[in-house]
Ligand binder design. Structure first.
Ligand SMILES: [Zn+2]
Length: 310
């Protein structure tokens, strides 16, 4: 489905991919009085260029002075270089983690080597379609902790440092006057949660922080727009997975076996049920039964789970 720039108010737009596939992320724009703020870029330069063209047309070529980054995953940041001159803002925790992220070159290599292991097959299936050439990973120019109010023309928004959850450092953007929160990958619509941070509890806490804003409309990092009831249902799903996984940890079930059981119970209709490996691993780490796993181990866990007959 082609992405659309959806107006949410006279000054706020959401770039909605409405896709549950890996790499097709949503973004946001606030524009007022000839200036604008962009929340996240896209996975590839072409995808970012397409988005920027639509934004320029909708906002009468307002100058993007500020780019707020939800977290350092490439599908939200690898177009940063196409917004030259913008101040690039993210949380200190998010910025710190940049050096641990997989690079465009590594992901290209992983998805094109046609390796015989499960990780290579998984990467080829889900990332082989993207062209990461020309990307220069572009770092934030300003970091913050806690809350940061930003002014865009006549509009005031608030960047919220959520700490770890989906990633090692997540940031949401709250637009109080429109009652909208851009959630980044703290929320997935139609897809399973990915827990890179090693803490499923932190993911639930981040959802609670977003709910505490009191808004009715949430723009998730992936999928369609969510209403408050959808976010409450997502929170319930996270806590039910946590309860089940924690019980398996206490029973001494090995992580891979527990993930398979959680998969059987909770796969449901959401896309990418293999991501339940990362949620299970997060619950195991939260309960003190395992160390948080590094990114490539999490990918291998997902790849193995995806290949298991269910
Ligand atoms: Zn994402």
């Amino acid at each position: 489905m082609a992405p659309v720039l959806r107006p949410l108010s006279a000054t706020t737009w959401a770039w909605v991919q409405d896709s549950t596939d890996w790499g097709f992320s949503n973004a946001g724009v606030i524009a007022s009085r000839g200036v604008s703020l962009l929340f996240d870029t896209q996975f590839t330069l072409d995808a970012t260029r397409a988005m920027l063209r639509e934004i320029a047309a909708a906002t009468s070529d307002s100058a993007i002075e500020t780019l707020v980054i939800s977290h350092q995953n490439g599908d939200h940041t690898w177009g940063n270089q196409l917004v030259p001159g913008a101040e690039i803002i993210t949380s200190a925790a998010s910025a710190e983690h940049l050096c641990h992220e997989i690079s465009p070159e590594q992901l290209t290599h992983l998805s094109r080597t046609q390796g015989t292991d499960s990780t290579s097959r998984y990467a080829a299936e889900h990332f082989g379609r993207f062209d990461f050439s020309g990307i220069t990973v572009t770092e934030p120019t300003r970091t913050f902790t806690g809350r940061l109010k930003l002014t865009v023309g006549d509009v005031t928004v608030e960047a919220i440092d959520l700490g770890p959850g989906h990633s090692a450092g997540d940031v949401a953007l709250w637009v109080p006057e429109d009652g909208i929160v851009f959630a980044g990958d703290v929320l997935f619509d139609g897809g399973h949660m990915i827990v890179w941070s090693g803490s499923l509890t932190a993911c639930v806490e981040s959802v609670d922080t977003l709910l505490a804003t009191g808004v009715e409309t949430f723009v998730p990092g992936h999928g369609a727009l969510m209403e408050r009831a959808d976010v409450l249902a997502f929170r319930t799903y996270l806590t039910e997975v946590r309860t089940a996984a924690t019980a398996y940890a206490k029973d001494g079930i090995p992580l891979a076996d527990a993930a398979a059981r959680v998969h059987a119970e909770f796969a449901g209709n959401r896309a990418h049920p293999e991501r339940l490996f990362t949620a299970t691993a997060g619950a195991y780490a939260d309960a003190g039964f395992a160390e948080p796993l590094p990114t490539l181990d999490l990918v291998k866990g997902m790849a193995d789970l995806a290949e298991q007959p269910s």
